[in-house]
Write a protein that binds this ligand. Structure first.
Ligand code: FPP
Length: 251
């Protein structure tokens, strides 16, 4: 039986974030170059977009390229940039016919011009779609994002647009690149690594974490559904007690 039959549609996470890890190891196991693993990882991207749309997740964030990934060998960075452009271009029509919207978070200014202009063009083409929003984290890291937010807040305080006393969790949220996106309820990382790697650190304060041993190029719909089932079996307490969650009217 597929795990999808066990999913309670009324409790599906609104936002699922994924660290797509293990492409290099997947390729090395087959005696291939790391870039082959990235190419094969594209099919997994298609699978999780289909799966997320099927169970009516509203936001799916994919960590496609981190700030730290710029330190990889040049041939790999170049191959990844070319792959991103090609994938975005080749999938655009399909995404559009499935009513998918695309949003990009990250330091867009650090991307090569050809990537930036293609990304901007497709994001604009899909902007009015109302189904699943795919958020691509490109040249993204939480440290970059948080420092940017702090600089903008400081500058707005200096210009007297806001006062120091206005700084709250909600205000801080509004200065992040995820300003209009709810915090993820579930984060999946593939390949057996159990760390956050500078990904949505502010936004994941109360996110449920799911670590899958599967290498990203092998990750498919069923693995995604499994993570949702596992998420639904957990009790989210947000610092409260189990009793308070189960009997909310209890004083
Ligand atoms: C991490 O695996 C993966 C990446 C840094 C790139 C992810 C990119 C894709 C899946 C390609 C296309 C994606 C989109 C959204 C267009 P790794 O290289 O760190 O693997 P390793 O840990 O085994 O070395």
């Amino acid at each position: 039986m597929s795990c999808i039959d066990k999913i309670d549609k009324s409790r599906v996470p609104k936002h699922v974030a994924i660290i797509m890890d293990g492409n290099g190891r997947w390729a090395a196991k087959r005696g291939n170059k790391r870039t082959y693993g990235h190419q094969q990882g594209v099919e997994s991207v298609r699978s999780v977009i289909r799966a997320a749309a099927e169970v009516e997740v509203s936001f799916l964030t994919l960590y496609a390229f981190s700030t730290e990934n710029w330190n990889r060998p040049k041939y790999e960075v170049d191959a990844l940039m070319t792959l991103m452009v090609n994938v975005i271009k080749s999938e655009a029509a399909d995404l559009n016919s499935n009513n998918v919207r695309l949003v990009v978070i990250g330091d867009k200014n650090s991307l090569p011009k050809r990537v930036r202009s293609e990304v901007d063009r497709i994001v604009d083409n899909l902007k009015d779609n109302t189904g699943l929003t795919v958020v691509m984290a490109l040249s993204y890291s939480s440290h970059w994002e948080i420092i940017n937010a702090v600089k903008s807040i400081a500058s707005d305080v200096k210009k007297e647009k806001i006062g120091v006393e206005d700084i709250s969790r909600e205000l801080f949220d509004s200065y992040l690149s995820t300003a209009k996106i709810p915090d993820p309820e579930l984060m999946i990382r593939t390949s057996g690594e159990a760390r956050l790697s500078n990904f949505l650190l502010w936004q994941m304060a109360y996110t449920e974490l799911s670590f899958s041993p599967t290498l990203w190029p092998d990750f498919r719909e069923e693995d995604f559904f499994q993570a949702i089932c596992d998420y639904q079996s957990r009790e989210r307490r947000f610092g409260m007690t189990s009793e308070q969650i189960q009997k909310p009217n209890l004083k």
